[in-house]
Ligand binder design. Structure first.
Ligand code: FAD
Length: 279
């Protein structure tokens, strides 16, 4: 269930059909002292090779894949894939979300991670277009509205992982369909040129340190192609680790440690993981 295709199974797994069932589920889990984790599209998660204790909830039922539009505002539920959002915006001639094209995640995961890209000198992140977010508060099981400025958005980070993200309102603008289509094409092509989609992976493993590229630092340590068990550092993009042949979680972790050690030794820079590790 992750794009890495690595990891054990969940002790409990649920796909609630709607909000009411989700709230009930969380309430029961809390009462029984069961830990809850939310899985989006699993495109930024490395799962250990063991039974993951607790309840994993995926918001992938049709209810959580709803998109609503009112003028230049879109309400996207947590389980909506980013590509679906982008094409919905195109159909309605709305511009502003094109940069999310090809990121293989959901709205929920993108908000928690503050997903985005570097576009030349400009950084584009989902927080640029989010106005507010509806979440479930684990403390009381209630729905809460959080304004974008209260969501702790930073580079590939937010404070939304304390909640269950249900939906978000995005503020976009009216645009010309052909221009929106051209932008989507540009972003998809760039992704194909620079990223490695040849084997299962989880995108960038490390965050870029300030004013540096994690991929370039790892590359300059001569680590492209390094292998541990079934995992390999991509030749195409050194910040990608590929599951080449039945890789274990520990294979990926070993390559991550190797990259961190080498970059620290050569540059004194500490590489911080971007991916979430489920233990
Ligand atoms: C080939 C490839 C390319 C990628 N390119 C990019 C890129 O260009 N830019 C970029 O930013 N990322 C990129 N990624 C990483 C990833 O796609 C994004 O981080 C994405 O936003 C994660 O979304 P997800 O739904 O898969 O979340 P998951 O990986 O399932 O979850 C990520 C985190 O969010 C939490 N979460 C998910 N949904 C919810 C929810 N509803 N409520 C509360 N918590 C939730 C999870 O518990 C977890 O902590 C790439 C990944 C791959 C595999």
């Amino acid at each position: 269930m992750t794009t890495f295709r690595i990891g054990g199974t969940a002790q409990f797994f649920a796909r609630p059909p709607d909000l009411e069932q989700l709230i009930k589920l969380v309430w029961v889990a809390q009462k029984k002292g069961i830990d809850v984790r939310i899985l989006g599209a699993g495109s930024n998660i490395l799962v250990e090779d063991k039974i993951i204790k607790g309840l994993v909830i995926q918001l992938s039922s049709p209810f959580f894949q709803t998109l609503q539009i009112s003028d230049d505002k879109v309400i996207a539920y947590a389980g909506v894939y980013l590509n679906k959002l982008v094409h919905f915006c195109l159909r309605h001639s709305l511009t502003g979300a094109e940069f999310l094209s090809g990121i293989p995640g959901t709205i929920g995961g993108a908000l928690v991670m503050n997903a985005g890209i570097r576009d030349g000198n400009i950084t584009r992140q989902i927080s640029d277009i989010v106005e507010c977010i509806w979440v479930i508060d684990y403390n009381n099981g209630r729905i809460k509205l959080i304004l974008a400025q209260e969501a702790g958005f930073a580079y590939r980070n937010s404070t939304l992982d304390k909640f269950i993200v249900i939906a978000a309102q995005l503020g976009l603008s009216k645009g010309r369909k052909q221009q929106i289509r051209n932008k989507i094409k540009k972003y998809i092509l760039r992704r194909r040129d620079t990223q490695d989609w040849s084997y299962p992976n989880a995108g960038c493993i490390f965050k870029n340190p300030p004013d540096a590229s994690a991929g370039q630092l790892i590359d300059s340590c001569g680590l492209k192609g390094a292998i541990y068990g079934g995992a390999q550092i991509s030749f195409r993009h050194a910040n990608f680790i590929l599951n080449k042949e039945k890789a274990k979680c520990s294979d990926v972790l070993n390559l991550m440690r190797l990259a961190q050690r080498c970059v620290m030794k050569k540059y004194g820079i500490s590489l911080e993981p971007e991916i979430k590790i489920w233990k």
